[in-house]
Design a protein around this ligand. Structure first.
Ligand code: ZN
Length: 409
């Protein structure tokens, strides 16, 4: 296996560079990357490139991308089980009908296809939620737990409706099974006005803390100003310490709540991560038959960023009753976010939203020994017109798209 000791001529995004990084012609100077066993280091290119380094010639380089929020158990089912009406609750009903098809083979085939699409996009870490239909782990928990890919770590979140936590024995039972699943398994929950139960929510948080689990919640995926999930989470965290990492996916209701800024202040203090899902939020929020949507349905990304709250963008559902389209390409998600959230410079600023590992794993280095390279080097078009890409992992080049060379096979 041919491994490069490093690479020269990498155009890194400004968010990754120190303030004193040299600027040439209004652009950051290209970087030399050193792939050390203890991690990646970089410095401005020098006049004399080190021998044996791969020449990137100004190619755009990002840390390996992250898909922080997927549903590999539901994906690729829209052809056989489309939603009968617009909106979130009709999609849930359609997926429940589809479950009769969920044999181990069916789950494995669909989840593997999703994983391959994500890896083709440059994803090195994929977090998938998996629906639980009772307090006992569903077959999909094991099937997807058995998936492996040399270029992608997979994390599983137990997505159980809040009602399953109403009884603290059940809450403990769910958390115990997640804890027994080892690294990369998290506790989750679907928390919505339609199933709100303050005691159940407290049971969920206490069970996660007792079993030392990180959590990732589907929370307040609605535009109801009375949604209680994040409000109660902020209240809980002010009273009770929580040792693990908390991630809140969706949080759409914040955009309608008069006390949103106070809630965000608490989340910032507690280093809670937010994940916005622009594709499905645009599609499912403010969805009324025969009426053009008036609201975007997205959480308060800019207000969260202003407070230093870690933040990522995810794809959410792909080709199922929730969302009939989707590609598992984080660049498609980012493009949607660039417009719907009116984000800043795509590559130099917004790209952090699809590759910052510390948002999910506090303390992770901003860039590890695993990067994705966009050889067309067209920064003005990025993230559009960027089909070609490859990975450099521990110095080994892996083709992701046709026409790129693999040195690591
Ligand atoms: Zn989701």
């Amino acid at each position: 296996m041919n491994a490069y000791p490093g690479a020269t001529g990498a155009r890194l995004p400004r968010w990754l560079l120190p303030d004193n990084w040299p600027i040439q012609d209004a652009q950051p100077q290209r970087a030399t990357l050193h792939f050390h066993a203890e991690g990646l280091q970089f410095e401005p290119d020098s006049a004399h490139p080190p021998a044996g380094y791969l020449a990137l010639n100004g190619a755009l380089v990002l840390p390996a991308l992250i898909e922080p929020h997927a549903h590999l158990d539901k994906t690729f089912t829209v052809q056989r089980s489309p939603a009968q009406q617009p909106g979130l609750l009709a999609a849930i009903a359609a997926l429940h009908r589809d479950r009769e098809h969920w044999s181990a083979d069916d789950l494995r085939r669909r989840a593997t296809q999703a994983l391959h699409w994500a890896v083709e996009g440059g994803v090195g870490l994929l977090r998938t939620h998996i629906d639980w239909f009772s307090p006992d782990a569903p077959p999909a928990w094991q099937v997807i737990g058995g998936l492996r890919h040399p270029l992608c770590d997979i994390e599983r979140v137990a997505l159980a409706p809040l009602t399953f936590f109403a009884n603290s024995r059940d809450a403990q039972h769910i958390a115990a099974q997640v804890a027994a699943s080892g690294r990369g398994a998290l506790l989750g929950g679907f928390i919505h006005s339609s199933n709100w139960d303050a005691q159940a929510f407290e049971n969920l948080l206490r069970a996660a803390d007792q079993w030392q689990l990180d959590i990732d919640l589907h929370i307040d995926e609605e535009l109801n100003a009375d949604a209680q999930g994040l409000r109660q989470l902020a209240h809980y965290l002010q009273e009770s310490p929580f040792n693990g990492q908390i991630t809140c996916s969706h949080s759409c209701a914040l955009s309608q709540q008069a006390d949103a800024h106070q809630i965000l202040d608490v989340l910032a203090q507690q280093r809670v991560t937010l994940i916005a899902l622009p594709l499905t939020n645009l599609l499912l929020q403010d969805a009324v038959p025969g009426r053009t949507p008036r609201l975007r349905g997205l959480t308060l990304v800019k207000e969260a960023q202003a407070r230093g709250i870690p933040l990522l963008l995810g794809a959410d559902n792909v080709q199922d009753a929730f969302c009939p389209v989707g590609s598992y390409d984080p660049l498609d998600t980012l493009f949607s976010g660039l417009l719907s959230l009116q984000l800043g410079a795509a590559f130099d600023e917004a790209s952090a939203l699809i590759c910052q590992r510390s948002a999910l794993h506090a303390g992770a280095a901003p860039i590890g020994n695993d990067v994705v390279v966009f050889p067309d080097a067209d920064i003005a078009s990025w993230p559009l017109r960027q089909r070609r890409r490859y990975r450099l992992k521990n110095g080994v080049r892996y083709a992701l798209t046709a026409g790129e060379q693999t040195d690591g096979a």
